[in-house]
Write a protein that binds this ligand. Structure first.
Ligand code: NAD
Length: 372
């Protein structure tokens, strides 16, 4: 039997609660599938700083490199907000992405039918929505040089940042997006601002070139970011996979996320380049450490549970198991079980552990059905 090792990085606040709930799901798949999962835990974020003086201790990084995949909770909290930027919990997050070369951020925006009324858009616009936004994560204006704020000789201050992309950075993210489109609906929309920004004009050309040379079967389109933002709220179901720069992806993925109605439902994956047959990967919920509800056992674990489903799909190529877990989540929601953040009239409100119990129950039902 194949064994895969998962490093758990619970982090701070509700991170510890949602990762603990998800590790029960991991154990279920380990006991009921073709792959055995072993897990270990390491420190990241504010808790890591308190115990070691660093938000990303060297042992954590070593363990992350050695693992087959990493599942992270969340980092941060008010008690660490006065720390120097270099040791803030968020540095742990940025640090692990950088050290593991995680250049592709996959953010699905899926709207479960049972939650369609929680969206700010009309039910018919979002029900059944299933978009994948692929954001470039390690380049672009967030990292480009020169950057800074300076005072000029006339006394005026000037702030500046630089959008920089190399062709190989565009090509590798384009490959990730095209490969995803191939496994999904066969449609890719690349988002840029090629009419104004030369760097993204080059982006558009490189994406088109990769498409023409390697993926002629994928329907590739290009949109300017302003139009893409408009289309996302006008008719989001026209999209399948979208690929875009770091800055545009940051904004568009949050916009798409809110179409689905709840932060507690959104998973993500960050992937690096394949090396020796292994793709470095960190899976995590989109939400933060939620200090306002931490320690009360009421956090919604479904974003983290769905992040594990993404791990099954993208790190371990266990498509059937990923489908099974996603269906279990959908069935739990359809049965009217809700955590507080997604509660609506007539439903039953539960806490973090009970939500995991409900998912486990649906998994049991599905596996009995499959065996019958
Ligand atoms: P947040 O995502 O932690 O919380 C925003 C709101 O959503 C809160 O009201 C919270 O209670 C609620 N919420 C979030 N996740 C939930 C869940 N699973 N179940 C139920 N309710 C949930 O964002 P914030 O309040 O802006 O930030 C809090 C801390 O988290 C800050 O220190 C911030 O820097 C950090 N943060 C970390 C990450 C990360 O680790 N990836 C992401 C965002 C924010």
């Amino acid at each position: 039997m194949t064994t895969k090792h998962i490093l758990l990085l619970p982090g701070d606040g509700i991170g510890t609660e949602v990762v603990a709930a998800t590790s029960r799901i991991i154990d279920w798949f380990s006991a009921n599938g073709a792959v055995t999962f072993t897990t270990s835990e390491a420190l990241i974020g504010g808790t890591a700083y308190d115990q070691t003086g660093s938000p990303l201790p060297a042992q954590t990084l070593t363990a992350a490199h050695a693992a087959d995949a990493v599942l992270m909770g969340a980092v941060g909290g008010p008690q660490w907000e006065s720390l120097d930027y270099s040791v803030r919990p968020e540095r742990g997050l940025l640090g692990i992405r950088k050290e593991m070369g995680l250049f592709a951020n996959l953010r699905p925006a899926i709207c479960f039918d049972a939650l369609a009324d929680a969206s700010s858009l009309k039910r018919e616009l979002v029900s059944g929505l299933d978009i994948m936004i692929v954001r470039e994560l390690t380049g672009g204006i967030y990292f480009g040089e020169p950057r800074g704020v300076k005072t000029e000789s006339d006394g005026h201050r000037v702030g500046f940042n630089t959008e920089v992309y190399h062709d190989y950075e565009v090509q590798r993210i384009a490959h990730v997006a095209f490969d995803l489109a191939k496994k999904r609906g066969g449609k890719l929309c690349s988002v840029d601002k090629a009419n104004v920004l030369e760097a993204t004009e080059m982006w558009r050309q490189e994406v088109q070139k990769i498409g023409d040379e390697h993926y002629p079967e994928i329907a590739l389109s290009h949109l300017y970011v302003d139009n893409a933002a408009m289309q996302l709220v006008r008719a989001p179901k026209q999209f399948d996979v979208m690929v875009t720069t770091n800055l545009f992806g940051d904004i568009l993925s949050d916009c798409a996320a809110m179409l689905t109605g709840s932060l507690g439902m959104l998973p993500s994956a960050s992937l690096g380049a394949e090396k020796n047959g292994k793709i470095p990967a960190v899976y995590e919920p989109v939400h933060g450490s939620a200090p306002d509800i931490a320690g009360r056992g009421i956090a919604n674990p479904l974003a983290t549970i769905q992040s594990f489903a993404m791990m099954l799909r993208y790190s371990f190529n266990l498509q059937a198991q990923a489908d099974m877990l996603e269906k279990a989540v959908s069935d739990v929601l359809s049965s009217g079980i809700r955590t507080g953040d997604i509660m609506s009239a007539g439903c039953k409100q539960v806490g973090t552990d009970e939500m995991a119990d409900a998912v486990l129950e649906q998994l049991e039902v599905a596996s009995k059905k499959a065996a019958a």
